[in-house]
Design a protein around this ligand. Structure first.
Ligand code: CO8
Length: 258
């Protein structure tokens, strides 16, 4: 499938989706977000794909929502179309794991898009920020909620109110990113993490993703119950039998997603 704003490759069970609007530092316009939602849906349906990596360029993961596209819109247009609402819901509906591999700018909607992924691996060149305040607006794709959960209220407020950028070291220290690597190693590290995930049982992978995601949405006791019930339910799978047999037989497990 050919896209105007993305490059998509599938290799060794990993779909690599590259944002591709170099002339605008990968700013997220309607075409890009709807193509991204479509590419993720296709990857989710493709049995050969077991993990997804989302990346941008060396200079920018994405420098935010497209300011030029939004500038002249009215409240009525934004509200009536629920601007970017459907696209965000569609991105989040994907049940396969998605790793964000971030180099350069991840600002505004770009930072929010990275945070919508399951985890972020950052190059030492990465810069995160929610600079919407400089444009007379605020975050709109989850920044005020997700960044606060990642880094805590004080740092999140600082970022949203001053519009300052956070470098990759601060992002790792604050828990926004899971790994920090030299820029040259970014794609190697992200693809190797994806490969590792692709070797697991996809049933267990989806269950793990659901359980961790649930921790954001519920109380501790409900979350613990949800996790325990998912754990119990995996004993109905062949992959659980295989995984535990392989451990005892001291061999690699051969998962079949059954
Ligand atoms: N939108 C549109 N075009 C952009 C954007 C953007 N967000 N960012 C960069 N570009 C364009 C520039 O206009 C420029 O194009 P041109 O050459 O035609 O003038 C090109 O990309 C290169 O950019 P610069 O020349 O500015 O590159 P620099 O290296 O000098 O600066 C920066 C890089 C610091 C990243 C700078 O481009 C910048 O500040 N960009 C804007 C960052 C920003 O404010 N992001 C937040 C946008 S608002 C948002 O994301 C809201 C999300 C919520 C949506 C909610 C929906 C419900």
């Amino acid at each position: 499938m050919a896209y105007e704003t993305l490059i998509v490759e599938v290799e060794n069970h990993v779909a690599l989706i590259k944002l591709n609007r170099p002339e605008a530092l990968n700013a997220l316009n309607s075409v890009l977000l709807s193509e991204l939602a479509q590419a993720l849906k296709i990857a989710e349906k493709n049995d050969k794909v077991r993990c997804i990596v989302l990346t941008g360029s060396e200079k920018a993961f994405a420098a935010g929502a497209d300011i030029k596209e939004m500038a002249d819109k009215t409240f009525v247009e934004m509200f009536s179309s629920d601007f970017f609402g459907a696209e965000c819901k569609s991105l989040l509906a994907n049940r396969k794991p998605v790793i964000a591999a971030v180099a350069g700018y991840a600002l505004g909607g770009g930072c929010e898009l990275a945070m919508m992924c399951d985890f972020i691996i950052a190059a030492d060149t990465a810069k995160f920020g929610q600079p919407e305040i400089n444009l007379g607006v605020i975050a709109g794709m989850g920044g005020s909620q997700r960044l606060t959960r990642f880094v805590g209220k004080s740092k999140s407020m600082d970022m949203h109110l001053t519009g300052r950028f956070m470098d990759a070291e601060e992002a790792e220290r604050s828990g926004l990113v899971s790994r920090l690597v030299p820029a040259k190693k970014l794609m190697e590290e992200a693809m190797s993490a994806a490969q590792k995930i692709a070797e697991k049982s996809l049933l267990a992978t989806k269950a793990a993703k659901e359980a961790v995601d649930r921790s954001y949405e519920t109380t501790l006791s409900e979350g613990l119950l949800f996790e325990r019930r998912l754990f119990h339910s995996l004993f109905a799978t062949e992959d659980q039998k295989e995984g535990m047999a392989a451990f005892q037989e001291k061999r690699e497990a051969q998962f079949r997603d059954k």
